[in-house]
Design a protein around this ligand. Structure first.
Ligand SMILES: Nc1ncnc2c1ncn2[C@@H]1O[C@H](COP(=O)(O)OP(=O)(O)OP(=O)(O)O)[C@@H](O)[C@H]1O
Length: 612
């Protein structure tokens, strides 16, 4: 039943502050600016429901939501799925910027002129971008230090296509687009974005169909949008009927190093003629923790910040402490004991406690993991799992295994059943007989899978089984249904990662259901960098290694590092602990260079300092 926009109210008994409700119902371009925990992502989820339930996003038009991280895109999709019928939910697409650009390139690759058309099986550059280094080396430009790398990586994506004829850039582009007998074609995501822009600017029909498809666009974590990403959004949607809702927070801009556009809010308001909404509530953190956020805000911007805590808190809720140690061995022991105390005596779940570091997780957290293991508490570097766990193909395989291992697991069954129906193109089928036949076929396959799983004795055997599972659904159908796998070997890499981890956990537990649960991190403490913690929240946060070494470039980028500090501390709901250790492994640490951050904590008057 269609509800009128005027009557529409948020579901789940959620109360939106006035400005948030206005922003939800605003059908023009808007920018929602608010602090951490104000409910910006939630607002987007609510707005998706509102637009679809009121048919303001007119059927068959769709909403496209773009986030920065895979887990953010998938969390938003989950929040929307929980509240809408399948029919409505299918008109909501949630992607990252990278996957949005890649989907344009992969779908319309043949619309590119031949000189800019990459090989169909192009790969994505590795983290260090070694393939780009190699490509420059082929033309006698050797990127043997980080400054040269930075300079030439930027140079490669500094011009819109087509690049200047006969230039170094043109040669490097050609090499990367095609590869040679020893090197596969390889592209970075900024290169993919440039190719997507080129396609859209030169093919009016493709551009028009994109605009016709999406009547609404959401942009989450807008403060970290790069110039190139903004260009892509502009090419797609400027001066069109597609209405945009961007949400963000200037104080959480932590991707300047990766090219975040500093004046993004102003540019957007001007270019897209957008209204600005400001939210005042904070639904996440306890009142005492908000006092710290207020002080840090004063160092970041002139306008005061007075978030109103959610009424569920009492005035004195929230604990913040700095712990000083002479040695990191003691630090590890004390943290492990405190975590045990939180779990046992304060009913905090293991995965609601997060250990965050500025960078290099293993260097700071290895000994804590060992101390926790002695107390029978699991902890792990979540960085590698964060994205893998949100992959559709990983869900498909895991849910298939769970359904085979536990026939009473209705969630897993429903998930694979819906996928199978979709892959077989049977969504509209009314014939019960056909469904019964398919159901029987799936159940038989699950029995075979269970038999094979029970006799797996090596990672190779597990690999064969996973390949069989994928073949059961049909690789081509999976690729078609999930466009992110339509090209290249990405899907195989994900499957291989899953095999390795799952087999490792099976060897440790000797129980497949337990191994899956460990893989899913259900009962372990996540450890991550602040950058990876963006958008997430935890009952308790341990900010470890609060020292000069962690903030090694603080003097050169005080503003960005203070934003990073702000993001980290604002993940905590109730408990927030900072630790400093004078000696870490064999080196001595100081905190003089970041004394201003310590000063902010002290000024808040809610942080207790303890020598332990
Ligand atoms: N109106 C509301 N009432 C109650 N709880 C809410 C409301 N809006 C959001 N929340 C809850 O508050 C928490 C923070 O919300 P959300 O993640 O959307 O904030 P955010 O502004 O996107 O934060 P950040 O900028 O730190 O990513 C979540 O647990 C969410 O479920």
């Amino acid at each position: 039943m269609v509800v009128s926009l005027k009557e529409w109210q948020p579901t789940d008994g959620l109360v939106l502050e006035d400005e948030a409700l206005k922003a939800v119902k605003d059908l023009k371009n808007s920018l929602v600016v608010a602090g951490p925990g104000a409910g910006k992502t939630e607002l987007l989820a609510q707005k998706a429901c509102c637009l679809l339930e009121t048919n303001s996003c007119n059927n068959p038009k769709r909403i496209l939501a773009i986030s920065f991280k895979k887990d953010a895109a998938s969390n938003l999709k989950e929040r929307v799925s929980l509240r809408l019928s399948n029919q409505l939910e299918n008109r909501f697409t949630s992607q990252t910027f990278d996957s949005f650009a890649k989907s344009i390139l992969d779908r319309f690759l043949s619309a590119l002129p031949e000189e800019y058309r990459p090989n169909k099986d192009y790969e994505i550059v590795d983290k260090q971008q070694n393939e780009i280094v190699k490509a420059f080396a082929k033309y006698n430009v050797f990127l043997n230090n980080k400054h040269l790398k930075k300079y030439y990586f930027n140079y490669l994506i500094s011009e819109k296509l087509p690049v200047e004829k006969g230039s170094l850039n043109e040669n490097v582009w050609k090499f990367l687009l095609r590869g040679d007998e020893n090197n596969k074609a390889t592209l970075s995501f900024p290169m993919i974005t440039l190719l997507a822009i080129y396609i859209l600017e030169n093919n009016p029909l493709i551009l028009m169909s994109l605009r016709e498809t999406y009547s609404h666009l959401f942009l989450d974590e807008f403060q970290d949008t790069t110039g190139l990403q903004y260009e892509l959004v502009s090419v797609c949607f400027i001066n069109t009927n597609t209405s945009i809702t961007a949400v963000g927070d200037n104080r959480q801009r932590i991707m300047i190093w990766a090219g975040a556009k500093r004046d993004i809010f102003e540019s957007y308001k001007h270019d897209f003629k957008s209204i600005e909404y400001t939210l005042k509530m904070n639904h996440r953190s306890a009142p005492r923790l908000l006092e710290i956020q207020k002080i840090v805000n004063n160092y970041l911007q002139d306008s005061p910040f007075t978030p109103i805590p959610n009424p569920k808190w009492s005035k004195n809720d929230g604990i913040a402490e700095i712990w000083y140690f002479s040695d990191s061995k003691n630090e590890a022991k004390m943290i492990a004991l405190k975590i045990k105390d939180l779990i046992q005596n304060y009913n905090v779940c293991a995965n609601d406690i997060c250990i965050i570091v500025k960078q290099t997780v293993d260097k700071y957290a290895k000994s804590i993991v060992e101390e926790l293991r002695i107390l029978n508490i699991n902890a792990r570097n979540e960085t590698v799992f964060q994205d893998l766990l949100k992959e559709d193909v990983v869900h498909l395989i895991i849910n298939t295994l769970k359904s085979a291992l536990d026939t009473s697991n209705s969630n897993s069954w429903l998930s694979i059943w819906n996928s199978k129906i979709f892959f077989e193109g049977m969504q509209g089928t009314k014939n019960e007989y056909i469904f019964d036949k398919l159901r029987e076929e799936v159940k038989q396959s699950l029995k075979i899978i269970l038999g094979k799983l029970s006799s797996v004795t090596s990672v190779d055997e597990l690999r064969m089984l996973f390949i069989e599972i994928i073949n059961f659904y049909d690789l081509n159908k999976i690729r078609k249904y999930y466009p992110q796998y339509s090209q290249g070997t990405y899907i195989n890499k994900l499957r291989e990662n899953l095999e390795e981890y799952l087999y490792q956990y099976f060897q440790e537990t000797n129980d497949w259901l337990l191994a899956i649960s460990v893989f899913e991190g259900k009962d372990s403490i996540p450890i991550m960098t602040i950058h990876k913690s963006k958008g997430l929240e935890y009952e308790s946060v341990f900010f470890i290694g609060f020292d000069d070494k962690a903030f090694w470039s603080f003097s050169e980028q005080e503003q960005e590092d203070t934003c990073t500090f702000f993001v980290g501390l604002s993940r905590a709901k109730r408990y927030l602990y900072f630790t400093f250790s004078e000696k870490r492994q064999w080196t001595y640490c100081s905190n003089k260079n970041i004394s201003i951050l310590y000063q902010m904590l002290s000024e808040s008057k809610v942080v207790e300092e303890l020598n332990l």
